[in-house]
Design a protein around this ligand. Structure first.
Ligand code: CA
Length: 228
């Protein structure tokens, strides 16, 4: 079986080594580069399965690299996991809005990084159900054709906006979305939702979903995710 190729963009040698050692051990083929410029060249040339991208790079920074990768038809479909410092929440939000697929904060354990890479590859392969197909998770059923939601067979009364937000998150379990991404996704449907009101909407959704309310996870400082 061909080994999956991962491009790692990181300028700190000890972290490079840590990642290279652990990913190789897991059977991945690892390409290492230490600058944004090299990352862009390498990403187009070698077509990796996934890119691990440090945001703090000399020269072209990680966010700019992410933007360029996601705007290039050749590389836009390659998942990007950002490596960030805990204090860089605003960069995480910007990165996600530029199209990054996930992030991990330093310091991280190699086990967590590998789990995230596998989850990201798995999600990338999974088909997102079409808009009109019902989402079923455990006891929760979301039916977009009837605009109805039920928990354990009992109907849950959601407003149109609450329904829009829930359905948007639930179609892509495991993906982290920023508030702005949620707003952008549902506002085309004439739902009254703003950046700040996303929080209010989700408090309402969680409460109404009762035992299934914890399917929606808050990612502090970043946004929301429907549990995988
Ligand atoms: Ca760095």
């Amino acid at each position: 079986m061909a080994r999956e190729r991962i491009l790692v963009v990181e300028d700190e040698e000890d972290i490079q080594e840590l990642i290279r050692y652990n990913l190789s051990k897991e059977g991945f083929q690892v390409d290492l580069v230490s600058s944004g410029e090299e990352a862009l060249t390498m990403a187009s040339a070698s077509m990796p399965k996934l890119i691990v991208l440090d945001l703090m790079l000399p020269g072209v920074g990680g966010l700019e690299v992410c933007k360029l990768l996601k705007n290039n038809p050749k590389t836009m479909h390659v998942p990007v996991i950002m490596l960030t410092a805990k204090s860089e929440e605003s960069d995480i939000v910007i990165g996600l809005e530029l199209g990054a697929d996930d992030y991990i904060t330093k310091p991280f354990s190699p086990k967590v990084l590998i789990a995230r890479i596998r989850a990201c590859l798995r999600r990338k392969m999974a088909e997102v159900p079409p808009e009109n197909v019902a989402v079923r998770t455990g006891n929760l059923i979301i039916d977009p054709t009837k605009h109805s939601v039920s928990v354990k067979g009992k109907a849950v009364d959601l407003t149109a906006t609450e329904f829009g937000v829930l359905h948007f998150l639930a179609r892509k379990p495991g993906w982290v979305f920023t508030r702005q991404q949620i707003v952008d996704a549902v506002k085309g449907e004439d739902y009254a939702v703003t950046d700040r009101s996303v929080d209010v909407q989700l408090v309402g959704v969680r409460r109404k979903l009762g035992p299934c309310g914890d399917y929606i996870e808050t990612i502090r400082g970043v946004g929301y995710r429907f549990r995988e």
